[in-house]
Design a binder for this molecule. Structure first.
Ligand code: NAD
Length: 256
């Protein structure tokens, strides 16, 4: 029996990598996307190629109505959700020193990167509890945060605050859902090659290759994150919950 995963922001980057890795591991996937239907259809084709089903749902994770519709459509399509991956996120449209940061930009970022995952988890957790979990199901929830959860960048305070908030979000849901057999994990990717980092490639090249901030000296790939999600989905960490998993080539070691 295939398990069903719901991945937010699945049409490109890390979400795409996670979706394909899950399909490879035998999951049907609800592919959430914000705008780019064509890219989502391309991901759907990759899932189908691997013998699994993909159901596309356009939904803005920052919108209450869209989150509800996303979960309803996922349940209509597959009847259950075994894995939720809160991946969708935005970078600040413009970096601004926290002395100049605007409330408008803060609200936009927090509602997508923090409020969205919090309330989507609430909706999905309720379904996971009520859907009746057969022995092999062991539902899981994954939260994609960042090294920005602990590395303070004063030119994108809103992003750092949102990602740090995801650490507590993970701990709260892990505590609340343990009695229902639902484990929750925070993944902290380091520098991963996606559209989000593409615009500032030279800066990150410098961090990795010149400043030696990543002991495993290479860019991370979306597949690196996908592999960690598959390990979680396959219940390879059954006695860990509320756990941070760094997928950063050792960035968190920040050696002197
Ligand atoms: P990306 O910009 O390539 O992809 C982000 C995806 O999220 C896109 O598909 C986008 O459409 C979707 N999205 C954005 N806002 C949305 C909304 N309101 N509703 C639904 N979908 C929405 O970026 P990525 O690098 O793949 O990032 C994925 C996640 O990983 C993000 O949460 C990001 O903060 C995190 N992250 C990325 C890196 C990195 O180096 N790339 C490092 C650490 C953490």
């Amino acid at each position: 029996m295939s398990k069903t995963a719901l991945v937010t922001g699945a049409s490109r980057g890390i979400g795409r990598g996670i979706t394909i890795a899950l399909a490879e591991a035998g999951h049907d996937v609800v592919v959430n996307y914000a705008r780019n239907r064509e890219a989502a259809e391309e991901v759907q084709a990759e899932v189908t190629k691997r013998g699994q089903k993909a159901h596309l749902v356009q939904a803005d994770i920052a919108s209450t109505d869209d989150r509800q519709r996303l979960v309803d459509e996922a349940m209509n399509a597959f009847g259950r959700i075994d894995l939720l991956v809160n991946n969708a996120g935005v970078a600040p449209t413009q970096r601004a020193d926290i002395l100049e940061a605007t409330e408008e930009s803060f609200d936009r970022l927090i509602s997508t990167n923090l409020k969205g995952p919090y309330f989507l988890t609430q909706l999905v957790a309720a379904r996971m509890i009520s859907q009746g979990n057969h022995d092999e199901s062991k539902p899981k929830i994954v939260v994609v945060s960042s090294i920005s959860a602990y590395a303070a960048s004063v030119d994108r305070g809103d992003y750092c605050i949102a990602k740090a908030g995801l650490t507590m979000l993970t701990q709260l849901w892990a505590t609340r859902l343990a009695e229902h057999g639902i484990n929750v994990y925070e993944l902290r990717p380091g520098i991963i090659a996606t559209d989000m980092t593409g615009g500032v490639k030279a800066k990150y090249d410098k961090l990795i290759f010149e400043q030696d901030l990543t002991p495993i000296k290479r860019w991370g790939e979306p597949e690196d994150v996908g592999k960690a999600v598959v390990a979680i989905a396959q219940d390879l960490l059954p006695f860990s919950t509320g756990q941070v998993i760094d997928i950063d080539g050792g960035f968190h070691l920040r050696r002197l």
